[in-house]
Each structure stands twice: as structure tokens, then as C-alpha cells.
Design a protein around this ligand. Structure first.
Ligand code: ADP
Length: 301
């Protein structure tokens, strides 16, 4: 495992920002760290990158303990903090050489050149960072995180504030980087997680509320299914409630209904039979799968 977190808690004074969190991230996978604002994502990432200590529990990166072996952890981890703090008066190449110097790299020029190519900064490399667009600043941040060739990348909201084109570019870059490295990145864009991640961890109020791949997460939360129907005539609610295995009936309007049932107990035949007996035509019938957005709201509300 590249990241192993065991029962980590973090207090800020009286406030518990993380509450006995445990999870692992496998080598070479991309994991999305999701949660509403204030859930504890940045706090967890700061602990994993040795910026702040945990109050309780243990966390290891590539087998090194973040508290006891912080020097080794920092060698294994590339970190792009939230809001991507950069020296705006420095030139791109100058800044990356400075970052390489902090890591005491020997082949600084060659490494900077390589990073500029990997992150698509060739045309911007001689500009001041302050003159770059947000998307290119994110690339500089990523280049900085990658400069010492870490095995693990921790990216705190790397796509926040980007326009749709920049978003796609940075996502593609993260996906590309994920082929070689373990990536843990936080976001609140659900489509992004679906598009990029092998695994999703959802955190709410300092606790993990889901940890699986997107498909399993959707399947697990779709045990209750909603059937939307449209009829040509009105029907009494109790008729629909009377169908065996129906859990809930919701009236949308005079002719439209939503009926909830367990996935294991398909009620569609029974609905058709009821319609036939009452001389009603079913104009449409559709099973509504819960989207990732619905699941996220359900888990974090
Ligand atoms: P997220 O990244 O999911 O938005 P954070 O990890 O930044 O959440 O914050 C989790 C909680 O911890 C929040 O309630 C936040 O106010 C609190 N918190 C974070 N950092 C500090 C700090 N340095 N001092 C006090 N409270 C903090």
C-alpha cells in the first residue's frame, strides 16, 4: 500500500476535525477524496504530507511513518496545497529550479526541463508566474510537486477555479501522472471523480462515509429503486401503495408518480396488472438510478 491511515484523529482545540479515520490507497491508483467544505480533507492531506501532526492514530506513506520518518515521507510525496501558493514574481524556470534546490537535486537543469515538458509549460517557461493564467499556474504547482520524482502525489483541489478547457487539460494530466504514481486528490466535482478516479473516499464531518469505486458506490446505494410512471388517468394513492413490496409512493402530479421498492423485488409487472385492471394506460415507465450527486448528498447531509 502507498498510503495507510489508521484511526487518525485531529483536534483543533475543542474541535475534532478528523474522527478516527482509516483508509488505504493502493500503489499506482488514483483516489478521489470527496466531501463538503470543512469535512477534513485538507487536514488529512496536511497530515500525510507532514505539514501538521495528527492528534491520534498512525499514517504511513510508502511504509514510512509521517511522524517518525517525516524526512523519508517528504521524499516520497509531491504535494500541491489548496490555493497553490506560488512566488508570483519568480519566473517559471527559476521557481522550479528553486524547488529542485530545496530537494537538493543534483541535475537541476535537466530535471526542470523534464518537468516543463511533462506539464506542458514549454511556451510559458520564461514568463513570470504572476503573468500566467490559473490553468498554467496549476501546471507550475504540479511541476513543483513532481520535481523530485515522488512515488505519491497529494493534490488538494487541483481543479478548483479552472475554466472548462483548463479543467479537462489538468484532469488529463492527472490521469496521465496516475499511470506511474499513486495519486490522492481532493475535489468537490463529482463528474471529475467519475472521469479520473479508480476509487472514491467520501468524508463528512471528519468521518469516512464511503470508500469504494464509483460503480460499487452506485450499486450499493441503489438497493432502493425509484420507478417513475406516467398514466393517462388519475389513480388513488392507496391503489399504488397496496402493491406488494412497494416501500413509498410519491405523487408528482395528477398523472405522474414515483414508487420506491427494493431492487430485489421488481414491481413493474404488478404495476402493469393494476393499470390493466383499472383500464388505465401506462404512458411511460422508467427506473431512476441514483446519480453520484444524489448519493453524495445523501451521505453528507
Ligand atoms: P476541507 O478541506 O474538507 O474543506 P479542512 O480540513 O480544511 O476541511 O477543515 C476541517 C475542519 O477543521 C474545519 O471545521 C476547519 O475550520 C477546521 N480547521 C482546519 N484547520 C484549522 C486550524 N488551523 N485551526 C482551527 N481549525 C481548523
Amino acid at each position: 500500500m502507498s498510503i495507510e491511515v489508521t484511526e487518525i484523529s485531529k483536534y483543533f482545540g475543542q474541535q475534532k476535525a478528523l474522527d478516527q479515520i482509516s483508509f488505504t490507497v493502493g500503489q499506482g491508483s488514483i483516489t478521489g477524496f470527496l466531501g463538503p467544505n470543512g469535512a477534513g480533507k485538507s487536514t488529512m492531506m496536511k497530515i500525510l504530507t507532514c505539514f501538521i501532526p495528527q492528534s491520534q492514530g498512525t499514517a504511513k506513506v510508502c511504509g514510512y511513518d509521517v511522524f517518525e520518518n517525516s524526512y523519508e515521507v517528504k521524499q516520497q510525496v509531491g504535494y500541491l496545497p489548496e490555493h497553490n501558493p506560488l512566488y508570483l514574481d519568480m519566473y517559471v524556470k527559476e521557481y522550479l529550479a528553486f524547488a529542485a534546490g530545496i530537494h537538493k537535486l543534483k541535475n537541476i537543469d535537466a530535471r526542470v526541463k523534464e518537468m516543463v515538458e511533462i506539464t506542458g509549460l514549454t511556451l510559458e517557461q520564461r514568463k513570470k508566474i504572476g503573468a500566467l493564467s490559473k490553468g498554467y499556474r496549476q501546471r507550475v504547482g504540479l511541476a513543483q510537486a513532481l520535481i523530485h520524482n515522488p512515488k505519491v502525489l497529494i493534490l488538494d483541489e487541483p481543479t478548483t477555479g479552472l475554466d472548462p478547457n483548463q479543467l479537462v487539460e489538468i484532469r488529463t494530466l492527472i490521469k496521465e501522472l496516475g499511470k506511474e504514481k499513486t495519486v490522492l486528490f481532493s475535489t468537490h466535482i463529482l463528474q471529475e471523480v467519475k472521469a479520473v478516479c479508480d476509487n472514491i473516499i467520501i468524508i463528512n464531518k471528519g468521518k469516512i462515509v464511503a470508500n469504494s469505486d464509483a460503480k460499487t458506490l452506485q450499486a450499493g446505494n441503489n438497493l432502493h429503486v425509484i420507478l417513475s410512471i406516467e398514466l393517462d388517468k388519475s389513480i388513488a394513492i392507496k391503489e399504488l401503495q397496496g402493491i406488494q413490496h412497494v416501500l413509498e409512493v410519491k405523487k408528482i402530479d395528477e398523472f405522474k408518480w414515483q414508487i420506491t421498492f427494493n431492487k430485489a423485488d421488481d414491481i413493474r409487472q404488478a404495476v402493469m396488472k393494476l393499470a390493466l385492471e383499472n383500464n388505465i394506460t401506462i404512458l411511460s415507465m422508467k427506473i431512476e438510478e441514483q446519480s453520484l450527486e444524489d448519493i453524495f448528498q445523501k451521505l453528507t447531509n
